[in-house]
Design a protein. Structure first.
Length: 111
């Protein structure tokens, strides 16, 4: 059974196992505010994990490239679906590098 701490707007901002001071309020675990708080916490964790997945995918791409460059593995040893995904991501990344979206003209000088 959690004890809740609320902010000035009445939203639950912390759940505790035990009451600590006058700011805590006992709520049943099925109380709507407890459920809302837990859902928000879960959503935050899911969002952080999704962000981490993006970063980790780039790490894996770089690791595969390093292993191929050092002849530890051959690119063709990877499953075809993996080869396709890696090549497609490399193609997309290269297209971003070659796109010239500069606001400067060729003869502009930066001071």
């Amino acid at each position: 059974m959690p004890y809740a701490v609320r902010n000035k707007n009445g939203q639950v901002i912390v759940l505790l196992r035990e009451a600590t001071n006058d700011n805590t309020e006992f709520l049943n675990s099925d109380h709507k505010d407890v459920i809302a708080f837990m859902d928000e916490e879960k959503h935050g964790a899911e969002q952080a994990l999704a962000e981490s997945d993006k970063d980790l995918s780039r790490v894996i791409e770089d690791l595969v490239q390093l292993l191929v460059d050092k002849n530890n593995i051959m690119f063709t040893e990877l499953p075809p679906a993996v080869q396709f995904k890696l090549l497609n991501r490399e193609k997309l990344r290269n297209s971003l590098k070659t796109t010239n979206n500069s606001f400067l003209q060729d003869d502009d000088i930066l001071i």
